[in-house]
Design a protein around this ligand. Structure first.
Ligand SMILES: *Cc1c(COP(=O)(O)O)cnc(C)c1O
Length: 425
């Protein structure tokens, strides 16, 4: 049913923008082509205006002038300093978050750490909506451990949601770890992470959450939810830039018992003592491995300031308003031309992207990107994914994007494009 809170027409979308409490934040981003409607901030966020300047300073002042002294002037502490900024977005007290490595690598480190804490248990529970890289990392861990463990995937018959019962029926006395994406990358389904974590603990299992698609758009309370481990990406809603380093969280009580499988010098107790034996660092820092990517960390640091200044509650409010509005437009404008909604309708079950299915989804996404100025992305087999980034996406853009998508189908513009996939969709 269309949501009657919304009226049709571009003017109405402009009235939503006028009332938007975050509207000033769009000016903090570099937007060289305002005609291009960017709906892929959940894959790669836009750069802030400050980032180019920060990178120039990092190269010209810090690197060129400070040279090796830069490490003591702030670079060495960057992974934990940025960790404390991320901590504010994920509800973590101090000393539990680091920014380092990629999400996949952090997941590998924390999965092996978790399995070692439950040596007698042999099952990892995840779901069929999880990001493939996460499932590959889990499979790789099982292979490495000699196939003693088993990966149990809760099904998603509709490809959109996972029912609590379907997930929890896999969680029992054999479960070592429940490892899930907080928000599913394809449908945008949002778990009740507090409740799943509690159920995992009741069965004696540990809980590891991948926050890649929720951090920066969904309120997260890792400490309060008593989450054991978490990882997440910073180049999506946190706008850290392509390949920006990821973060990891290890609950304080586990830090002295948990070990990284990569014993690098940055995780050693005293890297510059150059001792021949590895002794793990005192806290979460033992999960560092090698030299961190300083230029990327500094770029991310300026981007984080913007998200923290905006505040997660206003961001979530706007994210809900954007997704509600887009769903209403899908129902009223796009359903008649063959699209169906492939994201949860229930607000508390959805992150900040909306997915539409259309049999010609791939060719439509090509036409939109090539000639209609709408950049979303495509996920197999027929999903057009539209990411709404509350710091810079406007309601007017959603109206225009939906109008262009409708025209693309009405005028059969997608017919001019081949169905063969480009390497990156
Ligand atoms: C984006 C994303 C990743 C990215 O992993 P990389 O190691 O940075 O390539 C991992 N997991 C999930 C759930 C994601 O959404």
């Amino acid at each position: 049913m269309p949501n009657r809170r919304f009226e049709p027409g571009r003017e109405f979308s402009e009235s939503l923008d006028a009332a938007d409490e975050l509207r000033a934040f769009r000016t903090r981003f570099a937007i060289p082509d305002p005609q291009l409607i960017y709906l892929d901030g959940n894959s790669l966020g836009r750069p802030t205006r400050d980032v180019a300047n920060r990178l120039r300073l990092a190269a010209e002042d810090e690197w060129a002038r400070d040279l090796i002294r830069g490490w003591n002037a702030g670079w060495f502490r960057a992974p934990s300093r940025l960790g404390e900024s991320i901590a504010r977005l994920v509800g973590a007290g101090p000393g539990q978050v680091l920014v380092t490595d990629s999400t996949s690598v952090n997941l590998f480190k924390l999965t092996l750490a978790a399995l070692a804490l439950r040596p007698e248990r042999t099952v990892i529970v995840s779901d069929a909506l999880n990001f493939p890289s996460d499932l590959y990392v889990l499979q790789g861990c099982l292979e490495l451990l000699g196939r003693r463990h088993h990966l149990a995937l809760a099904p998603s018959p509709n490809g959109i949601t996972v029912e609590d019962d379907d997930l929890l029926s896999h969680v029992d006395h054999r479960t070592a770890l429940v490892c899930l994406s907080h928000v599913a990358f394809k449908s945008g389904f949002l778990y009740d992470a507090a409740s799943v974590t509690r159920r995992a603990h009741e069965a004696g299992a540990l809980a590891l959450w991948d926050l890649s698609h929720s951090v920066g758009v969904v309120p997260i309370e890792l400490d309060r939810w008593e989450v054991d481990f978490a990882v997440g990406c910073t180049y999506k809603y946190l706008n850290g830039g392509p390949g920006a380093p990821a973060f990891l969280y290890v609950r304080r009580e586990l830090q002295e018992k948990a070990f990284s499988p990569i014993w690098g010098w940055f995780g050693q107790r005293n890297p510059f003592a150059f001792e021949l034996e590895y002794t793990p660092g005192p806290g979460v820092e033992r999960f560092l491995a090698g030299t961190p990517p300083i230029l990327s960390l500094l770029a991310l640091e300026t981007a984080l300031e913007v998200a923290i200044e905006a505040g997660i509650e206003p961001i979530r409010r706007k994210s809900i308003a954007l997704t509600d509005y887009l769903i209403d437009l899908v129902d009223t404008v796009l359903e008649p031309v063959g699209f169906t909604l492939a994201s949860p309708r229930e607000t508390k079950r959805r992150g900040s992207h909306i997915t539409l299915r259309h049999p010609e989804g791939y060719r439509i996404s090509r036409a939109l990107a090539t000639e209609m100025g709408v950049l979303g992305d495509f996920r197999e087999p027929d999903n057009l994914r539209l990411g709404l980034s509350p710091l810079y996406t406007t309601f007017g853009e959603l109206w225009d994007a939906v109008d262009r998508i409708r025209r693309c189908v009405d005028e059969a513009r997608y017919l001019r494009y081949p169905a063969e996939r480009l390497p990156v969709t």
